[in-house]
Design a binder for this molecule. Sequence first.
Ligand SMILES: [Zn+2]
Ligand SMILES: [Zn+2]
Length: 217
Amino acid sequence: MNQVIAGVQVALTLGLAYWVQEHTSLGLRYWIDWPDWLEFIIVILLMDLVVYGTHVLHHRIPLLWKFHRAHHSDHFVDASTAFRFHPGEVITTTFLQTIAFGTLGIGVSHAITYFILIHLITPFHHSNIRISETVDRFLRCVIVSPLMHRVHHSDIRTEHDHNYSNVFSCWDFLFRTYLKRDNKTLTYGVNELPEQRWQKLPGIYATPIAEFLKPSP
Ligand SMILES: [Zn+2]
Ligand SMILES: [Zn+2]
């Protein structure tokens, strides 16, 4: 189901990028006359900033969090967690990002490059590969590293409300949402959903209405 929705999201963004490129004068190239390579880098960075912003909204707005916590309720973070999203979140994310990407005037080459980047780096920073602190520190100077993103899956709310970046790590440094934390004592999940039933597919899909399904104390 999620693969179908993700496919629709990619197709929608590529279609939008093509339409914006061919039929509108939206985009940075119409605002400032700068070299193509510089515009390309800035648009890719701005797309990543949009993804950072929509991620923050899914933590700060209670209704959006009810969908996004399906990603956080995983007790074993690995590469598969990168694909664990509630369909409702895929829809809200697509809606918000489509508006922002359209306004930015992204082109087809921007959309393809960014989708390749995000689909390579997101499974990587969710993976449970062993990586030394030194290598990780080097990586997180540029991209989101595994040690950095694992803190985002801490079951402590004040910890998982940090490290929102997806591809480039700079947004957490810039907006002061970066948190460094020893990974060895981390436990993953969401405190309000400790039961095993939220790990199975029906439970993941029912996550937004979990409070209604729990027996009264
Ligand atoms: Zn999150
Ligand atoms: Zn994650």
